[in-house]
Design a protein around this ligand. Structure first.
Ligand code: HPA
Length: 261
């Protein structure tokens, strides 16, 4: 049976019901997850910030989450996250499938501390997975765009307007605090990974203030559309194996990190 991983961001801990957590152990600590079968697909849901939203962005167990998905036999990962818009044409409530990132964090988190492995991130997000999500989103009539640059900040604070102006000059369209290193670790693990980001606010300086309450309120309001998008995308996903660039490092990961021969 095909297995898909879902990583739920802030405000989406309940996306999957929220009860009956199981635990999987990893070298980075135990990870809690929910397991359900949708049609003919096994779905593993991990709340990025922990089941009670207890880990702030700079303390998320990024390696544990991705390792857990790989260990549980997942091959494709759909992640969700809240982002701020730096781009006047991207409005709160809309959905963006990002295709590039800029790393503005101070994190150096990798599976390859003890081996010299440089992964290729020319296309960091899986285009097969994003294509399905985009087509399903359009069919459902959602306000969805495919193609945006995500800049990742260290957090947990929001940004200054001066930083946002700089990020716009650098070519970023949306800002968030978690996608790096998550997307990079997924690539290191040879997983197909796509990010569905929900715009919850205009970034600092583009509206009067930015607040956590507003972020959670918009996430709550979009969660029904998001559930439909994810459920129908899982149904629509081609069932054959994809041999694109995403999986290039899968064997290296299995050998050096998972220890499977
Ligand atoms: N900045 C950073 N992260 C965010 C924002 C923001 O404005 N909105 C939601 N996540």
């Amino acid at each position: 049976m095909m297995r898909i991983g879902l990583i739920g961001g802030s405000g989406l801990e309940g996306l999957f019901g929220g009860v009956g957590y199981k635990t999987v152990s990893t070298p980075y600590g135990d990870i809690k997850y929910l397991y359900k079968v949708y049609d003919d697909v096994g779905v593993i849901f991990i709340p990025r910030h922990g089941p009670r939203h207890e880990y702030p962005p700079h303390r998320v167990n990024y390696r544990g989450n991705i390792y857990a998905l790989a260990k549980l036999g997942v091959d494709r990962v759909i992640a969700t996250s809240a982002v701020g818009s730096i781009d006047e044409s991207l409005h709160p409530g809309s959905i963006v499938l990002v295709d590039q990132f800029i790393d503005y964090t101070k994190r150096s988190i990798t599976f390859y501390d003890d081996y010299v492995v440089h992964v290729d991130v020319t296309n960091p997000y899986c285009r097969e997975l994003s294509r399905t999500l985009y087509n399903v989103g359009k069919k459902l009539g959602l306000n969805i765009r495919w193609g945006a640059v995500y800049i990742c900040t260290e957090g947990p604070r929001f940004e200054t307007p001066a930083e946002i102006n700089m990020f716009r000059l650098l070519g970023a369209n949306v800002v968030g605090m978690t996608n790096v290193p998550e997307v990079v670790l997924a690539r290191e693990a040879g997983l197909h990974y796509s990010l569905v980001s929900i715009i919850t606010n205009y970034a600092a300086g583009m509206q009067e203030r930015v607040s956590q309450e507003e972020v959670l309120e918009i996430m709550e309001r979009t969660s029904e559309s998001l559930k439909r998008l994810i459920h129908e995308s899982i149904e629509a996903l081609p069932r054959d194996e994809w041999s694109d660039e995403c999986i290039r490092f899968r064997d290296v990961f299995r050998k050096y990190v998972l220890g499977v021969v």
